[in-house]
Design a protein around this ligand. Structure first.
Ligand code: AMP
Length: 141
């Protein structure tokens, strides 16, 4: 399947749609997941267009994972989490619903299960407050 540049994340990358951004640089951006599976659920995207991991240029992965690590550390600190789950889905059979490569970063808390994937939409004020907490940690690191 070919990359379709009308996907939601391509539109966020172009600034055509809003997002609760927590970080951006030349290679990647990170913003809050609209339907979080847990507190602080953040998505990290490379700017380079690819549908998912399967068609991506391998040169994408180094800078992308460096940002994933930065966000994993920041979300763990921002929410005083016990751990961090990192997930990435490829094609519908694997659970992918938006077709621009992205990595899920999920702060995890002992004994707290993840909510369903693409379940309930979070309130904008909660997403805004959580994004602010992550940005505050990043600003001090
Ligand atoms: P995936 O199923 O791996 O393709 O993940 C797509 C993720 O994007 C899901 O967790 C959705 O909750 C999330 N999502 C969908 N639309 C938006 C949006 N406009 N802004 C932020 N997150 C979104």
């Amino acid at each position: 399947m070919k990359y379709d540049d009308t996907n939601i994340f391509a539109r966020i990358l172009r600034g055509e749609l809003p997002a609760h951004k927590v970080y951006e640089d030349d290679t990647a951006i990170a913003f809050m997941d609209l339907m979080p599976q847990g507190t602080g659920h953040t998505l990290v995207l490379p700017r380079a267009p690819s549908r998912n991991l399967l068609d991506a240029d391998p040169a994408t992965f180094g800078p992308l994972m460096a940002v994933v690590q930065k966000i994993a550390r920041a979300t763990k600190e921002a929410f005083a989490a016990d751990g961090v789950t990192v997930m990435q889905f490829n094609e519908p059979a694997a659970g992918q619903t938006v077709y621009h490569l992205h990595v899920h970063v999920l702060p995890r808390f002992e004994g707290v299960a993840l909510k369903p994937h693409t379940g309930q939409m979070e309130k904008p004020e909660v997403l805004a407050a959580n994004a602010e907490k992550i940005r505050a940690v990043l600003a001090n690191s």
